[in-house]
Every structure is written in structure tokens, then in C-alpha cells.
Design a protein around this ligand. Structure first.
Ligand code: NAP
Length: 317
């Protein structure tokens, strides 16, 4: 790792930068240069950058990879690799690593937290108390029970399975859709997102973002979930047709939504701000100190393995 030149695309967890510096890496921070100068910055440092550390804000696209002829490895501080051009990396022989498993619990915890927050209207109840309304007006309107609701999971991968296990503890019957049926006899498999949505009360999107899963939640799926249904998205914003989601929520054709991710982050449709049946978080699925530390350690361990010619711990490419 000594003297490895690493491009950091976005301000990440400070511990990660500190640990890379402690190991003798030379860090170049793309985020210190204005967006319009990114390509010029890359070209000016093209011959020295051998590693990129990126995340879901600023990944490694084709233009970046092409601009860096000495690039050997892209290590993303995320499990999702939708912001890394994997095809270009394969073409160029650039290795790619991600941070699976270590973040699974946090993202699954957040999904369940969002389900309860939406159905029990926790943010609105909190606002009600803080405004003093509970003193003046008395009781808060009845909410909806979460325990026992039918939970449908779109993408029964690491995170999807952890959500299923948590939902079971709430006595929720669990069903799912993935590209293939899994060996989980307790969970009913549906062969399409539409069938899944038609047969659940709470639909959780936890699949990876690919060309096939972009807009997988369309108007038909939203309407199948219906006015009593709740959509949770802890996957990626572009899974959902956001304008259809907004109009379904505004028109009352969908019961509620818990959203950690959005189509054009950090921009969020303002219509959602007015709705008490929508709970939003700013893409913080894995954002705890403990998990950020574990993700940083995994990024570093992958870079170290690469620098020392050892097998990568969590290779994607
Ligand atoms: P994973 O284990 O690879 O699971 C991905 C799941 O997506 C698999 O079950 C896969 O099932 C399913 N899938 C892929 N293509 C599909 C398709 N065309 N139709 C239906 N299902 C499909 O990944 P993970 O660790 O669980 O992470 C899942 C995703 O969560 C990540 O890719 C990331 O985008 C997102 N995430 C978000 C946050 C956040 O902060 N909100 C944090 C971490 C991760 P099959 O292979 O059986 O099809």
C-alpha cells in the first residue's frame, strides 16, 4: 500500500481516509475540485492514479475509467455496484470490489423501522407531541398495525433475507420475487413483481439496480399494492417510477411509502413533503458508525490484498 495513489471521489467516512493515509497511501480528492473540472483533474493525475475509492454519490463511470490508464482497482464503499461501469472495468482489466454482508443488518433494520414508522405514523405523531397539539386536542388518530401484515420482498438476497427474518419475528407471512426460487420453504415465491404486489400489504424493494430492475415498480405494480398497501424502497431510487409513485400517493391509490432512496438524489419530489403517510430518510441504510467502520475496513483490506498480490476479499470483477 506504501505510496499507492488513491483517488477518492466523494467525502467518505473520515476513518477510511485516515487509515489509508496511515498506511502510506497518497490520496487525491476529486471532491476538492469543482464538478466541471473533474475530467481535467483526472487527466492531470492520470499517470499516477492506480486505485479509485468511490461510493453511491460519485462512482466510477466510463469517462473516469477511460481517463485513468494506470488504474488497477475500483473499491466501492457500498454493496451496490450500479455506479461503477463494470463492463468498462472488465474490458480494461480493472478489478472491482464492494462491501457486502457487513451492512446487511443495518439496511434490514431500517426497512423494518420504515415499515413501523409509516404504519404507526411515528414522524407525524412526534410532530404532534412537539407542537403541543397533544395537550390541546387530546388523542392522536388511530394508526395501522404492522405485526401480522403480509410482507413481500422484491429481491431475496442478503438484505432481502435479513428483512424476511425480521418480518417473521413480527408474525408477518413473507413472500418474495427474485429471478429464481430460493430454498426457503416458509417464504412463498411469486414469479413476477406484479403477482407479489397483488399478494402483500407491505412491499419491500431490496434488489440490486440493473437494466432489468430499473422501473421494476411501475404504475401496474403500485396499483396492485393498492390504497391499503405500503411500498418500502431501501434498494435504489431508479427501481421505482417516481412520478407514478407520487401521483399514486397524492391520489390515495397507494396507502403509504417508506423511502430511503430516490430517483434523483439528493433531489426529492416536494409533493412528498406534505404527506403524513410517507416517511423518508436520506439514503442512510448503512449509515451507522459500526457499519461504516466495517465497510471502511473492508475497502482497505481489498486494496491491501490487491497491492500485495493476494486474492481480493470481496471481488465483483
Ligand atoms: P444481493 O445479495 O446481491 O441481493 C440482490 C437481490 O436482487 C438478489 O436477491 C437478486 O435475486 C435480486 N435481483 C437481481 N436482479 C433481479 C431481477 N431482475 N428481478 C428480481 N430480483 C433481482 O445484494 P444485497 O447485499 O442484498 O443488496 C441489495 C441492494 O440493496 C444493493 O444492490 C443496493 O442497491 C441496495 N442497498 C441499499 C442501501 C441503502 O443505503 N439504502 C445499502 C445497501 C444496499 P436473484 O439473484 O435470485 O434474482
Amino acid at each position: 500500500m506504501e505510496s499507492l495513489v488513491v483517488l477518492i471521489t466523494y467525502p467518505l467516512f473520515p476513518y477510511l481516509e485516515q487509515e489509508l493515509l496511515r498506511r502510506g497511501c497518497h490520496l487525491l480528492r476529486l471532491y476538492h475540485s469543482p464538478q466541471t473540472n473533474h475530467l481535467a483533474f483526472l487527466r492531470a493525475n492520470a499517470s499516477s492514479i492506480r486505485a479509485v475509492v468511490c461510493d453511491t454519490h460519485v462512482g466510477a463511470d466510463a469517462a473516469m475509467i477511460e481517463a485513468l490508464p494506470a488504474l488497477e482497482i475500483v473499491s466501492t464503499f457500498s454493496v451496490g455496484v450500479d455506479k461503477v461501469d463494470l463492463v468498462k472495468c472488465k474490458e480494461r482489466g480493472v478489478r472491482v470490489t464492494n462491501t457486502p454482508d457487513v451492512l446487511t443488518d443495518d439496511v434490514a433494520d431500517l426497512a423494518i423501522g420504515l415499515a413501523i414508522a409509516v404504519l404507526r405514523k411515528l414522524p407525524a405523531a412526534d410532530r404532534f407531541v412537539r407542537s403541543g397539539a397533544s395537550k390541546k386536542k387530546g388523542g392522536y388518530p388511530l394508526a395501522t398495525k404492522f405485526s401480522g401484515k403480509r410482507v413481500g420482498i422484491l429481491g431475496l438476497g442478503r438484505i432481502g433475507l435479513a428483512i424476511a427474518q425480521r418480518a417473521e419475528a413480527f408474525n408477518c407471512p413473507v413472500s418474495y420475487h427474485s429471478r429464481s426460487k430460493k430454498p426457503h420453504p416458509n417464504y412463498k415465491y411469486y414469479s413476477s413483481p406484479l403477482d407479489l404486489a397483488s399478494n402483500c400489504d407491505v412491499l419491500v424493494v431490496s434488489c440490486s439496480l440493473t437494466d432489468e430492475t430499473r422501473l421494476i415498480i411501475n404504475r401496474e405494480v403500485i396499483d396492485a399494492l393498492g390504497p391499503q398497501g405500503v411500498l418500502l424502497n431501501i434498494g435504489r431510487g431508479p427501481h421505482v417510477d417516481e412520478s407514478e409513485l407520487v401521483s399514486a400517493l397524492v391520489d390515495g391509490r397507494l396507502g403509504g411509502a417508506g423511502l430511503d432512496v430516490f430517483e434523483n438524489e439528493p433531489d426529492i419530489p416536494e409533493e412528498l413533503f406534505q404527506l403524513d403517510n410517507v416517511v423518508m430518510t436520506p439514503h442512510v441504510g448503512s449509515d451507522t458508525v459500526e457499519t461504516s467502520m466495517a465497510m471502511a475496513d473492508l475497502v482497505i483490506a481489498n486494496l491491501e490484498a490487491h497491492a500485495m498480490g493476494r486474492p481480493l476479499l470481496t471481488p465483483v470483477v
